[in-house]
Design a protein around this ligand. Structure first.
Ligand SMILES: CC(C)(COP(=O)(O)OP(=O)(O)OC[C@H]1O[C@@H](n2cnc3c(N)ncnc32)[C@H](O)[C@@H]1OP(=O)(O)O)[C@@H](O)C(=O)NCCC(=O)NCCS
Length: 165
Protein backbone atom coordinates (compact mmCIF):
# COMPACT_ATOMS: atom_id res chain seq x y z
CA UNK A 1 0.00 0.00 0.00
CA UNK A 2 1.60 3.18 -1.20
CA UNK A 3 -0.53 6.20 -0.45
CA UNK A 4 0.03 9.89 0.14
CA UNK A 5 -1.97 12.73 1.65
CA UNK A 6 -2.73 15.70 -0.56
CA UNK A 7 -4.59 18.97 -0.47
CA UNK A 8 -8.21 18.33 -1.50
CA UNK A 9 -9.09 19.83 -4.88
CA UNK A 10 -12.32 20.78 -6.70
CA UNK A 11 -11.93 17.62 -8.83
CA UNK A 12 -11.76 15.52 -5.68
CA UNK A 13 -15.01 17.07 -4.46
CA UNK A 14 -16.77 15.98 -7.66
CA UNK A 15 -15.55 12.45 -7.14
CA UNK A 16 -16.74 12.48 -3.52
CA UNK A 17 -20.22 13.42 -4.76
CA UNK A 18 -20.11 10.47 -7.16
CA UNK A 19 -19.11 8.06 -4.41
CA UNK A 20 -22.42 8.68 -2.68
CA UNK A 21 -24.35 7.68 -5.78
CA UNK A 22 -22.85 4.21 -6.02
CA UNK A 23 -24.95 1.19 -5.28
CA UNK A 24 -22.99 -0.06 -2.33
CA UNK A 25 -23.05 -3.72 -1.68
CA UNK A 26 -20.35 -3.74 0.93
CA UNK A 27 -21.66 -1.23 3.41
CA UNK A 28 -24.20 1.46 3.91
CA UNK A 29 -22.55 4.71 2.96
CA UNK A 30 -22.62 6.97 5.97
CA UNK A 31 -22.97 10.61 5.03
CA UNK A 32 -22.06 9.72 1.47
CA UNK A 33 -24.76 11.68 -0.33
CA UNK A 34 -23.33 14.93 -1.68
CA UNK A 35 -20.22 14.40 0.39
CA UNK A 36 -18.22 16.75 -1.84
CA UNK A 37 -20.73 19.58 -1.51
CA UNK A 38 -20.92 19.06 2.23
CA UNK A 39 -17.16 19.33 2.50
CA UNK A 40 -17.18 22.44 0.34
CA UNK A 41 -19.72 24.05 2.63
CA UNK A 42 -17.55 23.28 5.61
CA UNK A 43 -14.33 24.68 4.27
CA UNK A 44 -15.31 27.66 2.20
CA UNK A 45 -11.88 27.97 0.62
CA UNK A 46 -10.80 24.51 -0.31
CA UNK A 47 -7.07 24.28 -0.68
CA UNK A 48 -6.55 26.75 2.10
CA UNK A 49 -6.57 25.81 5.72
CA UNK A 50 -9.22 28.23 6.81
CA UNK A 51 -11.13 28.11 10.06
CA UNK A 52 -11.10 25.05 12.22
CA UNK A 53 -11.54 22.44 9.49
CA UNK A 54 -8.77 20.65 7.67
CA UNK A 55 -9.50 18.40 4.70
CA UNK A 56 -7.03 16.01 3.14
CA UNK A 57 -7.40 13.55 0.29
CA UNK A 58 -5.55 10.27 0.11
CA UNK A 59 -4.16 9.02 -3.19
CA UNK A 60 -2.67 5.68 -4.12
CA UNK A 61 -0.71 6.66 -7.23
CA UNK A 62 -3.39 8.38 -9.36
CA UNK A 63 -6.37 6.83 -7.63
CA UNK A 64 -8.39 8.81 -5.10
CA UNK A 65 -8.65 6.44 -2.18
CA UNK A 66 -10.21 8.44 0.62
CA UNK A 67 -10.78 11.68 2.42
CA UNK A 68 -10.49 12.82 5.99
CA UNK A 69 -12.03 15.91 7.55
CA UNK A 70 -10.83 16.97 10.96
CA UNK A 71 -11.60 19.78 13.37
CA UNK A 72 -8.80 21.57 15.14
CA UNK A 73 -9.86 22.46 18.68
CA UNK A 74 -7.67 25.08 20.17
CA UNK A 75 -10.18 27.76 21.02
CA UNK A 76 -11.21 26.90 24.54
CA UNK A 77 -9.09 25.84 27.43
CA UNK A 78 -11.04 22.64 27.88
CA UNK A 79 -10.70 21.44 24.30
CA UNK A 80 -7.25 22.85 23.61
CA UNK A 81 -4.86 20.56 21.80
CA UNK A 82 -7.45 18.11 20.63
CA UNK A 83 -8.16 17.15 17.07
CA UNK A 84 -11.55 15.63 16.26
CA UNK A 85 -12.00 13.25 13.35
CA UNK A 86 -15.12 14.63 11.75
CA UNK A 87 -15.36 12.30 8.79
CA UNK A 88 -13.19 9.64 7.30
CA UNK A 89 -14.36 7.96 4.13
CA UNK A 90 -12.81 5.40 1.80
CA UNK A 91 -13.76 5.23 -1.88
CA UNK A 92 -16.64 2.71 -1.94
CA UNK A 93 -14.94 0.66 -4.64
CA UNK A 94 -11.88 0.27 -2.45
CA UNK A 95 -13.46 -0.39 0.93
CA UNK A 96 -12.58 -3.44 3.00
CA UNK A 97 -9.08 -3.62 1.55
CA UNK A 98 -7.22 -2.11 4.48
CA UNK A 99 -7.09 1.53 3.37
CA UNK A 100 -9.23 2.79 6.26
CA UNK A 101 -6.95 1.19 8.85
CA UNK A 102 -3.84 2.38 7.02
CA UNK A 103 -5.19 5.95 7.02
CA UNK A 104 -5.96 5.79 10.74
CA UNK A 105 -2.54 4.40 11.61
CA UNK A 106 -0.93 7.18 9.62
CA UNK A 107 -3.06 9.88 11.27
CA UNK A 108 -1.98 8.62 14.68
CA UNK A 109 1.67 8.44 13.66
CA UNK A 110 2.01 11.53 11.45
CA UNK A 111 -0.80 13.82 12.53
CA UNK A 112 1.31 16.97 12.50
CA UNK A 113 2.73 16.38 9.01
CA UNK A 114 -0.72 15.59 7.61
CA UNK A 115 -2.82 18.32 9.22
CA UNK A 116 -0.24 20.88 10.35
CA UNK A 117 -1.37 20.60 13.94
CA UNK A 118 0.03 18.58 16.79
CA UNK A 119 -2.73 17.52 19.16
CA UNK A 120 -2.36 15.93 22.55
CA UNK A 121 -5.49 13.86 21.98
CA UNK A 122 -7.41 12.72 18.91
CA UNK A 123 -11.14 12.35 19.47
CA UNK A 124 -13.66 10.58 17.30
CA UNK A 125 -17.18 9.25 17.37
CA UNK A 126 -18.71 6.38 15.44
CA UNK A 127 -22.21 5.07 14.86
CA UNK A 128 -22.69 1.97 17.01
CA UNK A 129 -23.73 -0.08 13.99
CA UNK A 130 -20.76 0.88 11.84
CA UNK A 131 -18.72 -2.31 12.22
CA UNK A 132 -15.86 -1.36 9.90
CA UNK A 133 -15.35 2.07 11.44
CA UNK A 134 -15.43 0.75 15.00
CA UNK A 135 -12.87 -1.92 14.11
CA UNK A 136 -10.73 0.64 12.35
CA UNK A 137 -10.59 2.83 15.48
CA UNK A 138 -9.79 -0.05 17.82
CA UNK A 139 -7.12 -1.38 15.44
CA UNK A 140 -5.44 2.03 15.43
CA UNK A 141 -5.27 2.04 19.23
CA UNK A 142 -8.26 4.24 20.03
CA UNK A 143 -9.87 3.67 23.40
CA UNK A 144 -13.36 4.36 24.65
CA UNK A 145 -13.84 7.90 25.91
CA UNK A 146 -15.49 6.61 29.07
CA UNK A 147 -16.53 10.00 30.39
CA UNK A 148 -18.25 11.05 27.22
CA UNK A 149 -19.89 7.68 26.61
CA UNK A 150 -21.26 7.78 30.14
CA UNK A 151 -22.51 11.31 29.74
CA UNK A 152 -24.22 10.54 26.44
CA UNK A 153 -25.39 7.11 27.56
CA UNK A 154 -28.32 6.65 25.23
CA UNK A 155 -26.70 8.17 22.15
CA UNK A 156 -26.26 6.24 18.93
CA UNK A 157 -22.54 6.98 18.76
CA UNK A 158 -19.54 5.45 20.44
CA UNK A 159 -16.94 8.03 21.47
CA UNK A 160 -13.24 7.26 21.14
CA UNK A 161 -10.01 8.97 22.06
CA UNK A 162 -6.35 8.39 21.42
CA UNK A 163 -3.67 10.13 23.45
CA UNK A 164 -0.51 10.82 21.48
CA UNK A 165 2.97 10.56 22.90
C1 LIG B 1 -15.39 2.96 7.70
C2 LIG B 1 -14.38 2.96 6.55
C3 LIG B 1 -13.64 4.28 6.52
C4 LIG B 1 -13.37 1.81 6.82
O1 LIG B 1 -12.42 1.80 5.78
P1 LIG B 1 -12.10 0.43 5.01
O2 LIG B 1 -10.93 0.68 4.13
O3 LIG B 1 -13.32 -0.09 4.38
O4 LIG B 1 -11.71 -0.52 6.24
P2 LIG B 1 -10.54 -1.60 6.34
O5 LIG B 1 -10.45 -2.36 5.07
O6 LIG B 1 -9.30 -0.92 6.83
O7 LIG B 1 -11.14 -2.57 7.45
C5 LIG B 1 -11.25 -2.24 8.82
C6 LIG B 1 -11.86 -3.40 9.56
O8 LIG B 1 -13.27 -3.45 9.27
C7 LIG B 1 -13.60 -4.68 8.66
N1 LIG B 1 -14.60 -4.38 7.64
C8 LIG B 1 -14.44 -3.60 6.55
N2 LIG B 1 -15.61 -3.51 5.88
C9 LIG B 1 -16.51 -4.23 6.59
C10 LIG B 1 -17.88 -4.51 6.42
N3 LIG B 1 -18.58 -4.02 5.40
N4 LIG B 1 -18.50 -5.28 7.34
C11 LIG B 1 -17.82 -5.77 8.40
N5 LIG B 1 -16.50 -5.54 8.62
C12 LIG B 1 -15.87 -4.79 7.72
C13 LIG B 1 -12.31 -5.23 8.09
O9 LIG B 1 -12.34 -6.62 7.96
C14 LIG B 1 -11.33 -4.77 9.14
O10 LIG B 1 -11.46 -5.57 10.28
P3 LIG B 1 -10.26 -6.48 10.85
O11 LIG B 1 -9.32 -5.53 11.47
O12 LIG B 1 -10.93 -7.38 11.82
O13 LIG B 1 -9.66 -7.16 9.68
C15 LIG B 1 -15.05 2.71 5.18
O14 LIG B 1 -15.69 1.48 5.20
C16 LIG B 1 -16.02 3.81 4.77
O15 LIG B 1 -15.63 4.76 4.14
N6 LIG B 1 -17.31 3.64 5.14
C17 LIG B 1 -18.34 4.63 4.81
C18 LIG B 1 -18.14 5.94 5.55
C19 LIG B 1 -18.01 5.73 7.04
O16 LIG B 1 -18.74 4.98 7.64
N7 LIG B 1 -17.03 6.44 7.63
C20 LIG B 1 -16.76 6.38 9.05
C21 LIG B 1 -17.43 7.51 9.74
S1 LIG B 1 -16.89 7.54 11.44
Amino acid sequence: MNFEWKQTTEQDLEQFNNWGKKDLKIQKFVDGKNLGNKILEMVENIGYDSGVFRVRSVYDNDVLVGVCVVIINKATKKSRNTLTLYNIVVNPELQNKGYGCAMMFDIVKNCEQIFGFKPRVIKSYVDKDNVASNKMHVNAGFELDKKLNKKLKKGKNIHYEKTLN
